[in-house]
Every structure is written in structure tokens, then in C-alpha cells.
Design a protein around this ligand. Structure first.
Ligand code: SF4
Length: 382
């Protein structure tokens, strides 16, 4: 079996080139062809020696994920469902805004954490994605969007690891993928524009701070342990005080000087004035100088199996005001892509039954793309 070059960060690709008897610097050229130009055909890589291209053809390939479906919202948000084999599918969502283009990508097929409000959590865990499968979501989206939007410039300016899965439970595949995103010869994203979102895997927060500090978002969702144990079961292992301490330690390494706390607003569950007050006290107990955290209140995207409802807008506004009045920077996330069910973190509402996914894959091929590269992909409406 030949190596899929999407699996390598630049260091890994250099080692691979050395194994082929080539100089390490050849890896930089190859890396740029793949990630900056979206190439997958070695014959296209005209500045590589013919002999190297010959070796690559026998030892390697560049292969993305097959797109099962693509849905575009009226607000420009685009959601893709990717086939990762054995009936599993993962989602990525592109969210365009005036000053940025954010891609939300997945790290696992399913998720073992089992948060109550998350449709991915309701699917259970299937498997970790490989580095190549994580990178392939960005590789595809960036080069597809350049063509789709007719622009020969970078489209994805921000990546959030906030799709399916707990990224810090797939750490060994995650870190090389982050390095590809950050590498100037890859996507050249600044550390501030790459965000890992975690439900609170405390030891891995510390490792990430040492190995590859990028922006950190923490799915908090509750102001006390009793409620968080129920909403985010991982809290039983790493309770709030430990999590907040880990966030504080992370800030010593972080590219931003604040942590983003995500808080999904659930009607009658975590959205009362008492909850807001507890949250204020939690933040104050772990205070650092300056603005060290920001809250992002997320309107819940209801799905039937959750038994939960979205908090009414006035309650979200009142909650937000209480935090803001206490000096906590708070935003309420705009809902995007409602018409295509695309909220990050709740991406998989319609793939929770993988058996259904398998039949969808057979029946529904809304858009099929050639398995190979974005630049050769042909869209066929079925
Ligand atoms: S919110 Fe994140 S960590 Fe929790 S179940 Fe969903 S994907 Fe997993």
C-alpha cells in the first residue's frame, strides 16, 4: 500500500522523501504543490525532477475524502458530508463572513464523550480520524471554494476543530494536522486563527500547550459540577476546578491571551439568573489579570433525541447581560446555516444512525466527486 501524502506534516514528508533517497528540501516543493495548489497528480508538479515523480508514483498517492453530499445555505454557509469508510461519515462546515472564512472540521467519526445536547454524542464513538482525514477536509474545502467562488486566493482564514469528535482524544493525529494548517508552506494560518475546541480533557490541554499552542475553546455549558456531570459526562473525570486550572496554565503558552468558553443555552436547564451568577463566581474564583476568558453563548440547535429545547431569545439576552455587567466579555453566536442544519458541534443530527448513513450514501448522492483531487473533481448532480 502506498502512503497518502495528506497524512504528513512537513517534517514527516521530509522524512518520507529521505526514505526515497531524496533531499529533504524536495518535501517543501511537494508540500506546496499539494496544499497551496491542491495538486494530487505528480505529473502536474512540473518543478519536481522526473525521477522523483517516478518514485512518488510507485510509493505514494494524494487522496482526499469522497464527498457524499453538499448543502449550501441561503446565507452562504456550506456543509459537506464526507465518507470515511465502513458506513461512517463526518461533516465539515464553511461559514463565510465579511472579514473571514471559517471552516469547522471533524476529528473523529462519532464521539465517546456523549454530551447530552450534542447529536454527535448521541451516535456513540466509531473511530479516530487519521491526520490525512482531518487535513483532507481543509484541503478539499480550500481548493473547492477557490473554484466555486472564482477566486485565486486563500478562502479559509480560520479553522475551528469543533465538528464531530473530541480533538484531544485523537491527539496523535491532531497535532500533525494542526502543523499542516500552521505551516507557511501549507495553509499558513496563524496560531490565533486555528482553534481547538475541547470538552475538557485536562492532561491533553497541558500537552497541547507544550506541543502546539493554538487558540483554545472549552465547551463549558454548566456553572457547577452537578449540572456539568450531567451535560458533559467527562466532567466526572476532570471536574470544573481542574479544568479551570488547566485553562489558566494554557494561557502561559497560548497565542491569544484568553480562553473562549462555549456555553450552549438550554431552555430551563442552564439558563437561569442563578446559573449566570454561579458562572460569574466561577470565573472570579479563577481570575487572572486582564480579560482572560470570553463567553460565547450558543443558541441550541434542537434535535429530537436530546429532549432539550433552545432557550428563548430574551432569556439568552438577560443571561448575556448579567455576564457582561460583571465585566465578562460575552457574545451570542449568530445562528448560521439553519436551513441546512449546520451548527458546529451539532453537525451530525442526520447521521446519528450510521446504518441510515450507509443507505443515504447509496441512494442520495447529492454530489459525487471523484475520489482524487479537488482540482480534477467534477460535480455530478444525481
Ligand atoms: S459536544 Fe463535542 S465532545 Fe461533546 S459529544 Fe459532541 S462532539 Fe463530543
Amino acid at each position: 500500500m502506498t502512503a497518502n501524502l495528506l497524512d504528513f506534516d512537513l517534517e514527516g514528508l521530509a522524512a518520507f522523501c529521505e526514505r526515497l533517497g531524496e533531499k529533504r528540501f524536495r518535501a517543501t516543493q511537494l508540500f506546496r504543490w499539494i496544499h497551496q495548489r491542491g495538486a494530487s497528480d505528480f505529473d502536474q508538479m512540473s518543478d519536481l525532477a522526473k525521477s522523483l515523480r517516478g518514485k512518488l508514483k510507485t510509493a505514494a498517492h494524494v487522496e482526499g475524502l469522497r464527498v457524499i453530499s453538499q448543502h449550501e445555505s441561503t446565507d452562504g454557509t456550506i456543509k459537506w458530508l464526507f465518507d470515511v469508510g465502513a458506513g461512517d461519515a463526518v461533516e465539515a462546515v464553511f461559514i463565510p463572513e465579511d472579514d473571514r472564512g471559517t471552516l469547522c472540521i471533524s476529528s473523529q467519526a462519532g464521539c465517546a464523550v456523549g454530551c447530552r445536547f450534542c447529536s454527535t454524542g448521541h451516535q456513540g464513538f466509531s473511530r479516530n480520524l487519521t491526520t490525512g482525514e482531518i487535513v483532507a477536509q481543509l484541503w478539499f474545502a480550500e481548493h473547492f471554494l477557490r473554484k466555486h467562488l472564482g477566486r485565486d486566493e486563500r478562502i479559509v482564514s480560520n479553522v475551528v476543530m469543533m465538528g464531530m469528535g473530541e480533538p484531544l482524544q485523537n491527539y496523535n493525529a491532531l497535532v500533525p494536522a494542526l502543523r499542516v494548517m500552521l505551516d507557511d508552506h501549507g495553509y499558513g494560518l496563524s496560531r490565533r486563527r486555528v482553534t481547538v475546541s475541547t470538552s475538557g480533557v485536562v492532561p491533553m490541554i497541558d500537552r497541547l500547550g507544550n506541543d502546539c499552542p493554538v487558540a483554545l475553546a472549552v465547551s463549558l455549558h454548566a456553572p457547577n459540577n452537578a449540572l456539568r456531570d450531567n451535560l458533559v459526562p467527562l466532567n466526572k473525570k476532570y471536574p470544573l476546578a481542574e479544568l479551570m486550572d488547566a485553562c489558566n496554565r494554557y494561557l502561559d503558552h497560548a497565542p491569544r491571551d484568553f480562553i473562549t468558553f462555549e456555553y450552549c443555552m438550554l431552555d430551563g436547564v442552564n439558563d437561569t439568573p442563578e446559573h449566570a451568577q454561579q458562572l460569574i463566581e466561577l470565573v472570579q474564583r479563577h481570575r487572572r489579570p486582564g480579560v482572560w476568558c470570553k463567553f460565547n453563548l450558543i443558541p441550541f440547535n434542537p434535535f429530537p433525541a436530546s429532549g432539550l429545547l433552545r432557550s428563548p431569545a430574551p432569556r439568552v439576552a438577560a443571561f448575556s447581560k448579567m455576564l457582561a455587567d460583571a465585566g465578562i466579555v460575552t457574545t451570542v453566536r449568530k445562528t448560521r446555516g439553519d436551513d441546512i442544519d449546520a451548527a458546529c458541534g451539532q453537525l451530525a443530527g442526520d447521521v446519528k444512525d450510521r446504518t441510515r448513513v450507509a443507505s443515504r450514501m447509496a441512494q442520495q448522492r447529492t454530489i459525487m466527486l471523484k475520489q482524487a483531487a479537488p482540482e480534477t473533481a467534477a460535480i455530478k448532480d444525481s
